[in-house]
Design a protein around this ligand. Structure first.
Ligand code: 2NL
Length: 364
């Protein structure tokens, strides 16, 4: 048994003084590996005198366990001290300025939409949304544009393939169907959810493509329905809008009579501008610039949505977002909006998260 004690002392001392995980691993192989010293002792038990075999077997196994446990403990200790010396040697300077993050830009359409939502939000309007693919009723019929009516030629409609019942869905030609759905949802026959005060921003589609038209463009429409809402409210609200949007408190405005199938009377809102220098200047001069269309909701439209036109009335308006974005931000070509050119976006885009508010200014 003395040979075992001597081997044990020798092994444990060597493990204790190992200074790397590689040295420890070499020790493990030389003692416990397939040809290791301890493994050799286990294999040799068969030659031991049967009287002593049991006691010697226990002692060799105890030696094997002790060596294995000592190696594991030393491994853990080496890993700990390696981490500790790294922690002592390395440090993080928390006072260094952060690395700049690559920052994108908001598309002028998004910025303009945020501004419009901020302005009408302050006036108590909420935002309504609806599907881009509409049925004929919501896009046309409910808007006082019956089938075969010549007013349908006002819109160059994209039609989807015919359905089994012969009807065809359309890509919405304006966001009016969103407002039709909102009126239907609150009417329930008795107009319980009124007053209704919404804006409907979103994509719209017309089969038209040239210098000043893209097949997809954006619109914001607005709608109020109540018992006594009248043309004076329409004028006050829209004058307030153009002053806030163009950030010109004194911009001249005029309402010019017009025609839409879904409003009566109908008007277009112009603002004063100057074109004399060959360059457009908004807010002064003796010229006029068309901004939006508007009018009192046609009684047929209210009735088509289940709202009694003898008791309720309201006004509506609509404008093209690209157009008023071009006017405010001096963007000369409509088609560049949808070229997805990053250089254009870098030039005309806006810093994200600088959310427009009337309090801080729409264009920080
Ligand atoms: C324009 C003119 C307009 C409306 C849109 C509307 C919607 C409903 C009922 C009545 Cl649900 N009217 N919308 C009214 C007048 C004008 O848009 O030039 N848009 C670009």
């Amino acid at each position: 048994m003395d040979d075992l004690n001597a081997l044990r002392d020798e092994l444990l001392a060597a493990i204790e003084s190992a200074d790397s995980t590689a040295a420890l691993e070499t020790l493990r192989v030389s003692a416990l590996g397939r040809k290791g010293t301890v493994t050799g002792l286990l294999k040799g038990l068969g030659q031991v005198d049967p009287e002593q075999r049991r006691a010697r077997g226990q002692a060799v196994n105890a030696l094997k366990e002790a060596a294995s446990a000592a190696i594991d403990a030393k491994m853990a200790a080496l890993a700990d001290s390696a981490l500790e010396s790294r922690l002592a040697a390395e440090s993080v300077d928390v006072t260094l300025p952060a690395r700049p993050l690559p920052e994108g830009r908001l598309h002028p359409i998004s910025q303009t939409l945020d501004e419009i939502v901020a302005i009408f939000g302050e006036m108590g309007y909420s935002v309504a949304e609806g599907p881009d693919i509409e049925d004929d009723f919501h896009n046309f019929t409910a808007l006082n544009i019956p089938p075969e009516h010549p007013a349908r030629q006002m819109f160059d409609t994209f039609y989807l393939p015919e359905r089994p019942d012969g009807s065809r869905m359309v890509l919405r030609t304006h966001t009016s169907p969103v407002q039709i759905r909102a009126m239907q949802a609150i009417s329930g026959g008795k107009a319980n959810g009124l007053p209704l005060r919404i804006i409907a921003p979103g994509r719209t589609y017309r089969c038209d493509s040239d210098m000043t038209h893209t097949p997809m463009f954006h619109q914001v429409e607005g709608l109020i329905v109540d018992r006594t809402t009248h043309m004076g409210h329409l004028k006050g609200c829209l004058i307030e809008f153009v002053r806030a949007y163009f950030e010109l408190p004194d911009v001249p405005v005029r309402f010019r009579p017009s025609y839409f199938p879904f409003t009566e009377p109908s008007a277009e809102l112009d603002i004063g501008c100057d074109r004399s220098g060959g360059e457009l200047k908004i807010g002064a001069g003796d010229d006029w610039l068309e901004i939006l269309g508007c009018g009192m909701v046609h009684p047929n439209v209210l009735a088509a949505c289940g709202i009694d036109p003898a008791e309720y009335q309201g006004f509506a308006f609509g404008m093209g977002i690209e157009r008023i974005a071009m006017l405010k931000y001096g963007i000369p070509d409509l088609r560049t909006f949808f070229d997805a050119d990053l250089r254009w976006l870098k030039h005309y885009g806006f810093v994200p998260l600088e959310v427009p508010t009337l309090f801080r200014g729409l264009t920080p």
